[in-house]
Write a protein that binds this ligand. Structure first.
Ligand code: SF4
Length: 474
């Protein structure tokens, strides 16, 4: 991957969600990198700590936080750039899917007895395509069967263009306290190119409906680096977003994912490939504008305005903590021993506290495990309905790999970086003992900095992110 390709990758929503929210299938999390002028700008103003807020610590109770990700694999229409595990035209399966999902969630509620769930993320897909009875079934089960923290964050993704007023009011009444909307652009031409089902007016209406429903914590997603997108159009979309003053904004670069209609269009010359230099310029100017508007960039693609509005669920991923994913294709990550109830982890193909296959093969005990469910919706419904496990992939993570992942993910948090105390608490050894020679070398080269409390990338380090991250891959 060249530098510009790496830049595109670093700000891609798909990459971000694969590597963070839905987390990796591979045994090593391949890092993103920030390069070029955008990275330099990303670093500007990082000399001092946040003037507005700090990202939350472990949890209000001091307990290790746990997240629950609930996958809704349905969309009204499949966008041509999207390679997520989502499907259109499966309305006849919504009810059976909801029943299967609730069944899997029920199993997890039993396995997680004694653990507090700090964040819940209803993602997809477009969860709001489900009807009110189906959403109610899922969210009531969350409240009834899981031990939720008093300050639990419950996020739900939504897309404009779906009937929203009733759904948003219902979600709010069911305890959802954070809404994340895929607006992507306020330019009609760009929305058409992206195959979105909504226009700019729909997006404004949806935002208003969310505010009217009582949501104070709203995220808006936007995409930049589209083929033929002008800097002026990008600024116009950004300005319109900032006029709404949402508490959270995510900005992602469009990336051409293999085997998508967009990839076919680019390969056959129907559309030009995205321009990396243009994307870098858009990212750079976006950072300035977001800062001027009072937003703090706490992660490469994410900005929040005001205390308490960072996405706490996504922080779990960047901090390499624990979560359970339910639904087809959902990924999970737990440390071992996991604290799950019972000798074995339900019907999963490994035992709590034991090394599992992947790690055993490498000759080292596992300190954590990740697993994922099978992807197809019908197969998932069938397996869960038959009382079988939907898991079709699992691997043990060695101490060495886990420490490397903590570094690669944590360094994405541009201000927080990797706190030394948290690293030691997680891995049982000081960061300096784990990576001393690498840290020394990278600091001598001016790529990493430490204030005695944390390690994070310098501006120069951001320019060569892959080079820095590669130091931590076992
Ligand atoms: S709405 Fe989102 S998840 Fe659904 S197809 Fe489009 S990009 Fe993919």
């Amino acid at each position: 991957m060249n530098d510009l390709a790496a830049l595109r990758s670093a700000y891609s929503k798909h990459r971000a969600e694969e590597e963070e929210a839905k987390v990796p299938e591979a045994s090593v999390v391949m890092p993103n990198s920030m390069t070029g002028s955008a990275a330099g700008a990303a670093h500007s103003g990082r000399g001092q700590e946040s003037s507005q807020f700090a990202t939350p610590a472990f949890s209000a109770t001091g307990e290790e936080p746990l997240g629950l990700y609930i996958h809704i694999p349905f969309c009204a229409r499949k966008c041509p750039y999207c390679d997520f595990n989502t499907y259109a035209r499966l309305e006849p399966l919504y009810e059976a899917y909801t029943q299967a999902l609730c069944r899997e969630m029920g199993r997890w509620a039993a396995r997680l007895a004694g653990r507090t769930v700090h964040t819940v993320f209803l993602g997809g897909g477009t969860p709001t395509v489900l009807n009110s009875g189906q959403l109610k079934c899922i969210l009531e089960l969350v409240h009834d069967r899981f031990a939720l923290a008093a300050d639990v964050e419950i996020s739900c993704e939504a897309n404009p263009g779906i009937e929203d007023r009733g759904q948003f009011a219902l979600l709010h009444s069911l305890g959802v306290n954070r809404l994340s909307m895929g607006v992507q652009s306020f330019q009609e031409e760009e929305l058409g190119f992206l195959g979105r089902i909504h226009d700019a007016e729909d997006a404004l209406r949806a935002y208003e409906a969310a505010v009217d429903a009582g949501f104070a914590n709203i995220n808006l997603d936007f995409m930049f680096g589209l083929p033929r997108q002008s800097v002026t159009a990008w600024h116009d979309s950004l300005d319109k977003a900032l006029d709404l003053a949402p508490r959270h904004v995510s900005l992602y670069s469009l990336i051409v994912e293999p085997d998508t209609p967009l990839a076919h269009w680019v390969e056959t010359g129907q559309t030009p490939a995205p321009d990396d230099d243009m994307a870098a310029e858009m990212y750079e100017t976006a950072m300035s504008r977001m800062g001027e508007a009072g937003y703090e960039q706490y992660e490469v693609s994410n900005w929040a305005r005001g205390a308490g509005y960072v996405c706490r669920h996504n922080l779990l991923y960047w901090r390499n903590q624990e979560w359970v994913g339910v639904g087809p294709g959902a990924h999970s990550h737990m440390r071992l021993p996991s604290g799950l109830r019972g000798e074995s982890i339900g019907d999963l193909p490994f035992k709590s506290g034991d090394a599992c296959d992947g790690a055993e093969r490498s000759g080292s005990p596992a300190v954590a495990v990740r697993w994922s469910n099978r992807k197809g919706v019908q197969g998932y419904i069938k397996r869960v309905g038959a009382g079988e496990s939907p898991v079709d992939f699992h691997e043990g993570i060695t101490a060495e790999v886990s420490m490397g992942e903590t570094m690669m993910l944590g360094l994405r948090l541009v201000r927080e970086g990797v706190p030394l105390a948290r690293f030691e608490a997680m891995h049982g050894q000081p960061l300096a003992d784990a990576f001393g020679p690498s840290l020394d070398r990278l600091q001598e080269e001016g790529l990493l900095e430490s204030d005695g409390e944390r390690v994070r990338l310098t501006g120069k380090g951001l320019l060569v992110g892959n080079r820095v991250f590669s130091e931590f891959i076992a």
